[in-house]
Design a protein around this ligand. Structure first.
Ligand SMILES: *Cc1c(COP(=O)(O)O)cnc(C)c1O
Length: 245
Protein backbone atom coordinates (compact mmCIF):
# COMPACT_ATOMS: atom_id res chain seq x y z
CA UNK A 1 0.00 0.00 0.00
CA UNK A 2 2.79 2.38 0.92
CA UNK A 3 4.88 1.61 -2.15
CA UNK A 4 1.90 2.07 -4.39
CA UNK A 5 1.09 5.53 -3.04
CA UNK A 6 4.71 6.65 -3.27
CA UNK A 7 4.96 5.32 -6.79
CA UNK A 8 1.74 7.10 -7.76
CA UNK A 9 2.99 10.39 -6.34
CA UNK A 10 6.19 10.02 -8.34
CA UNK A 11 4.18 9.45 -11.50
CA UNK A 12 2.04 12.53 -10.84
CA UNK A 13 5.11 14.65 -10.16
CA UNK A 14 6.58 13.46 -13.43
CA UNK A 15 3.36 14.37 -15.25
CA UNK A 16 3.43 17.83 -13.66
CA UNK A 17 7.11 18.23 -14.57
CA UNK A 18 6.50 17.29 -18.17
CA UNK A 19 3.46 19.53 -18.51
CA UNK A 20 5.43 22.44 -17.09
CA UNK A 21 8.30 21.81 -19.47
CA UNK A 22 6.07 21.50 -22.50
CA UNK A 23 4.22 24.68 -21.70
CA UNK A 24 7.05 26.88 -20.53
CA UNK A 25 5.72 26.94 -16.99
CA UNK A 26 7.95 27.18 -13.98
CA UNK A 27 7.69 24.05 -11.81
CA UNK A 28 7.36 26.12 -8.65
CA UNK A 29 4.27 27.85 -10.05
CA UNK A 30 2.24 24.64 -9.81
CA UNK A 31 1.26 23.15 -6.48
CA UNK A 32 0.00 19.61 -6.03
CA UNK A 33 -3.05 19.30 -3.79
CA UNK A 34 -4.15 15.86 -2.65
CA UNK A 35 -7.92 15.37 -2.79
CA UNK A 36 -8.46 13.02 0.15
CA UNK A 37 -12.20 12.35 0.16
CA UNK A 38 -12.93 8.75 1.24
CA UNK A 39 -9.20 8.13 1.86
CA UNK A 40 -8.40 6.78 5.36
CA UNK A 41 -5.98 8.69 7.60
CA UNK A 42 -3.29 6.04 7.32
CA UNK A 43 -3.04 6.42 3.57
CA UNK A 44 -3.05 10.20 3.78
CA UNK A 45 -0.24 10.07 6.33
CA UNK A 46 1.90 8.03 3.96
CA UNK A 47 1.68 10.85 1.43
CA UNK A 48 2.34 13.53 4.03
CA UNK A 49 5.34 11.69 5.43
CA UNK A 50 6.69 11.42 1.90
CA UNK A 51 6.79 15.20 1.72
CA UNK A 52 3.36 16.20 0.45
CA UNK A 53 1.99 19.22 2.30
CA UNK A 54 -1.35 20.25 0.81
CA UNK A 55 -4.53 18.22 1.26
CA UNK A 56 -8.24 18.92 0.91
CA UNK A 57 -11.53 17.38 1.93
CA UNK A 58 -15.00 17.81 0.42
CA UNK A 59 -17.08 17.23 3.54
CA UNK A 60 -16.81 18.84 6.95
CA UNK A 61 -17.67 15.48 8.49
CA UNK A 62 -14.60 13.82 6.97
CA UNK A 63 -12.40 16.75 7.89
CA UNK A 64 -13.55 16.34 11.46
CA UNK A 65 -13.08 12.57 11.53
CA UNK A 66 -9.50 12.70 10.23
CA UNK A 67 -8.39 15.84 12.03
CA UNK A 68 -7.08 14.23 15.19
CA UNK A 69 -5.11 11.52 13.40
CA UNK A 70 -3.53 13.91 10.91
CA UNK A 71 -2.45 16.46 13.51
CA UNK A 72 0.84 14.69 14.12
CA UNK A 73 2.05 15.29 10.56
CA UNK A 74 2.45 18.87 9.45
CA UNK A 75 0.26 19.89 6.52
CA UNK A 76 -2.03 22.55 5.10
CA UNK A 77 -5.79 21.96 4.76
CA UNK A 78 -7.93 23.39 2.01
CA UNK A 79 -11.63 22.72 1.57
CA UNK A 80 -12.90 21.84 -1.91
CA UNK A 81 -16.45 20.59 -1.39
CA UNK A 82 -19.90 22.08 -1.44
CA UNK A 83 -20.21 23.94 1.85
CA UNK A 84 -23.57 24.25 3.54
CA UNK A 85 -24.01 27.31 5.73
CA UNK A 86 -24.93 25.19 8.75
CA UNK A 87 -21.46 23.58 8.61
CA UNK A 88 -19.46 26.82 8.71
CA UNK A 89 -18.97 26.90 12.45
CA UNK A 90 -17.74 23.32 12.44
CA UNK A 91 -15.41 23.81 9.49
CA UNK A 92 -13.65 26.69 11.20
CA UNK A 93 -12.56 24.38 14.01
CA UNK A 94 -10.24 22.33 11.82
CA UNK A 95 -7.47 24.64 10.62
CA UNK A 96 -8.66 25.06 7.06
CA UNK A 97 -6.53 27.81 5.53
CA UNK A 98 -8.43 28.17 2.26
CA UNK A 99 -11.97 27.43 1.12
CA UNK A 100 -11.70 26.84 -2.62
CA UNK A 101 -15.40 26.33 -3.15
CA UNK A 102 -16.93 29.70 -2.31
CA UNK A 103 -19.67 30.03 -4.90
CA UNK A 104 -22.50 32.16 -3.56
CA UNK A 105 -23.06 35.38 -1.66
CA UNK A 106 -25.18 34.00 1.17
CA UNK A 107 -22.41 31.56 2.05
CA UNK A 108 -19.83 34.37 1.92
CA UNK A 109 -21.92 36.57 4.19
CA UNK A 110 -22.48 33.83 6.75
CA UNK A 111 -18.81 32.93 6.72
CA UNK A 112 -17.92 36.57 7.20
CA UNK A 113 -20.27 36.90 10.17
CA UNK A 114 -18.80 33.88 11.86
CA UNK A 115 -15.20 34.92 11.14
CA UNK A 116 -15.86 38.38 12.56
CA UNK A 117 -17.25 36.75 15.68
CA UNK A 118 -14.14 34.57 15.99
CA UNK A 119 -11.85 37.43 15.05
CA UNK A 120 -10.31 35.41 12.20
CA UNK A 121 -9.78 35.66 8.47
CA UNK A 122 -9.68 32.93 5.83
CA UNK A 123 -8.44 32.61 2.27
CA UNK A 124 -10.99 31.75 -0.39
CA UNK A 125 -11.13 30.89 -4.06
CA UNK A 126 -14.28 31.59 -6.03
CA UNK A 127 -15.57 28.38 -7.60
CA UNK A 128 -16.91 28.86 -11.11
CA UNK A 129 -19.04 26.38 -13.02
CA UNK A 130 -17.10 26.65 -16.29
CA UNK A 131 -18.76 23.56 -17.81
CA UNK A 132 -22.25 25.04 -17.31
CA UNK A 133 -23.41 21.59 -16.16
CA UNK A 134 -26.41 21.79 -13.89
CA UNK A 135 -25.09 19.08 -11.63
CA UNK A 136 -21.94 21.02 -10.81
CA UNK A 137 -21.51 23.57 -8.10
CA UNK A 138 -19.93 26.92 -8.71
CA UNK A 139 -21.17 30.34 -9.71
CA UNK A 140 -22.30 30.79 -13.31
CA UNK A 141 -19.40 32.31 -15.28
CA UNK A 142 -21.60 35.25 -16.22
CA UNK A 143 -22.14 36.12 -12.56
CA UNK A 144 -18.62 35.44 -11.34
CA UNK A 145 -17.20 38.96 -11.52
CA UNK A 146 -20.14 40.40 -9.66
CA UNK A 147 -19.70 37.77 -6.93
CA UNK A 148 -15.99 38.61 -6.64
CA UNK A 149 -16.85 42.29 -6.20
CA UNK A 150 -19.34 41.49 -3.46
CA UNK A 151 -17.10 39.05 -1.61
CA UNK A 152 -14.25 41.58 -1.80
CA UNK A 153 -16.25 43.83 0.49
CA UNK A 154 -16.25 41.24 3.26
CA UNK A 155 -12.90 41.95 4.85
CA UNK A 156 -12.49 38.62 6.67
CA UNK A 157 -12.48 36.79 3.31
CA UNK A 158 -9.18 37.01 1.43
CA UNK A 159 -9.78 36.18 -2.21
CA UNK A 160 -6.74 34.45 -3.70
CA UNK A 161 -8.04 33.31 -7.05
CA UNK A 162 -10.49 31.00 -8.81
CA UNK A 163 -11.32 27.30 -8.84
CA UNK A 164 -13.17 25.09 -11.28
CA UNK A 165 -13.95 21.47 -12.04
CA UNK A 166 -13.59 20.92 -15.77
CA UNK A 167 -16.06 19.03 -17.90
CA UNK A 168 -15.73 15.25 -17.60
CA UNK A 169 -14.98 14.37 -21.13
CA UNK A 170 -12.43 12.40 -23.05
CA UNK A 171 -12.39 15.24 -25.56
CA UNK A 172 -9.47 17.36 -24.45
CA UNK A 173 -10.56 20.43 -26.37
CA UNK A 174 -13.90 20.55 -24.54
CA UNK A 175 -12.12 20.31 -21.21
CA UNK A 176 -9.60 22.93 -22.29
CA UNK A 177 -12.44 25.34 -22.98
CA UNK A 178 -13.44 25.23 -19.31
CA UNK A 179 -9.91 25.98 -18.13
CA UNK A 180 -9.53 28.76 -20.71
CA UNK A 181 -12.72 30.34 -19.49
CA UNK A 182 -11.42 30.34 -15.91
CA UNK A 183 -8.17 31.97 -17.06
CA UNK A 184 -10.15 34.50 -19.09
CA UNK A 185 -12.30 35.46 -16.10
CA UNK A 186 -9.15 35.77 -13.98
CA UNK A 187 -7.69 38.19 -16.52
CA UNK A 188 -10.88 40.24 -16.61
CA UNK A 189 -10.82 40.50 -12.81
CA UNK A 190 -7.15 41.48 -12.64
CA UNK A 191 -7.82 44.45 -14.93
CA UNK A 192 -10.50 45.71 -12.54
CA UNK A 193 -7.97 46.06 -9.69
CA UNK A 194 -10.60 45.39 -7.03
CA UNK A 195 -9.33 46.14 -3.52
CA UNK A 196 -8.91 43.04 -1.31
CA UNK A 197 -8.75 40.76 -4.38
CA UNK A 198 -5.67 38.75 -5.23
CA UNK A 199 -5.99 36.64 -8.40
CA UNK A 200 -2.82 34.63 -8.11
CA UNK A 201 -4.29 31.14 -7.86
CA UNK A 202 -6.06 29.10 -10.51
CA UNK A 203 -7.10 25.78 -9.02
CA UNK A 204 -7.97 23.50 -11.93
CA UNK A 205 -7.05 20.08 -13.22
CA UNK A 206 -7.49 16.66 -11.61
CA UNK A 207 -6.18 13.12 -12.18
CA UNK A 208 -7.41 12.95 -15.76
CA UNK A 209 -6.82 16.44 -17.05
CA UNK A 210 -3.97 18.04 -15.13
CA UNK A 211 -1.75 18.46 -18.21
CA UNK A 212 -4.43 20.48 -19.99
CA UNK A 213 -4.97 22.58 -16.87
CA UNK A 214 -1.26 23.31 -16.51
CA UNK A 215 -1.11 24.28 -20.18
CA UNK A 216 -3.91 26.77 -19.51
CA UNK A 217 -2.36 28.27 -16.40
CA UNK A 218 -3.24 26.16 -13.35
CA UNK A 219 -1.34 27.00 -10.17
CA UNK A 220 -2.98 24.25 -8.10
CA UNK A 221 -3.86 20.81 -9.46
CA UNK A 222 -6.10 18.64 -7.29
CA UNK A 223 -5.38 14.93 -7.53
CA UNK A 224 -7.21 12.08 -5.81
CA UNK A 225 -7.69 8.86 -7.74
CA UNK A 226 -4.33 8.85 -9.48
CA UNK A 227 -2.62 8.81 -6.08
CA UNK A 228 -4.96 6.96 -3.74
CA UNK A 229 -6.80 4.73 -6.21
CA UNK A 230 -10.43 4.46 -7.23
CA UNK A 231 -13.04 5.62 -4.71
CA UNK A 232 -15.92 3.35 -3.77
CA UNK A 233 -18.32 6.25 -3.11
CA UNK A 234 -19.66 7.81 -6.28
CA UNK A 235 -18.57 11.38 -6.92
CA UNK A 236 -22.22 12.34 -7.26
CA UNK A 237 -22.37 12.10 -3.50
CA UNK A 238 -19.87 14.92 -3.31
CA UNK A 239 -20.84 17.02 -6.26
CA UNK A 240 -24.53 16.87 -6.96
CA UNK A 241 -26.71 19.24 -4.98
CA UNK A 242 -29.80 17.14 -5.52
CA UNK A 243 -28.43 14.20 -3.59
CA UNK A 244 -26.42 16.23 -1.12
CA UNK A 245 -27.28 15.37 2.48
C1 LIG B 1 -12.35 14.47 -5.87
C2 LIG B 1 -11.98 15.81 -6.34
C3 LIG B 1 -10.80 16.03 -7.06
C4 LIG B 1 -9.86 14.92 -7.46
O1 LIG B 1 -10.42 14.15 -8.46
P1 LIG B 1 -9.65 12.88 -9.05
O2 LIG B 1 -10.29 12.66 -10.35
O3 LIG B 1 -9.86 11.77 -8.09
O4 LIG B 1 -8.23 13.26 -9.17
C5 LIG B 1 -10.51 17.32 -7.43
N1 LIG B 1 -11.33 18.35 -7.13
C6 LIG B 1 -12.46 18.19 -6.45
C7 LIG B 1 -13.31 19.36 -6.14
C8 LIG B 1 -12.82 16.92 -6.03
O5 LIG B 1 -13.96 16.76 -5.36
Amino acid sequence: MKEEILQNIAVIQERINNACKENGRNLNEVKLLLATKTVPEERIKIALRAGQTLIAENKVQELKEKHEALKEVQHTNHFIGHLQTNKIKDLLKYDVSCIQSLDRLDLAEKLHQRLQFENKTIEVLIQINTSFEESKFGVNPNDAIELVKQVAQLETLKIKGLMTIGLFSAETEKVRKCFRLLKNIQEQIIVLKIPNVDMQELSMGMSGDLETAIAEGATIVRVGTAIFGQRSTSDGYYWNEKIDI
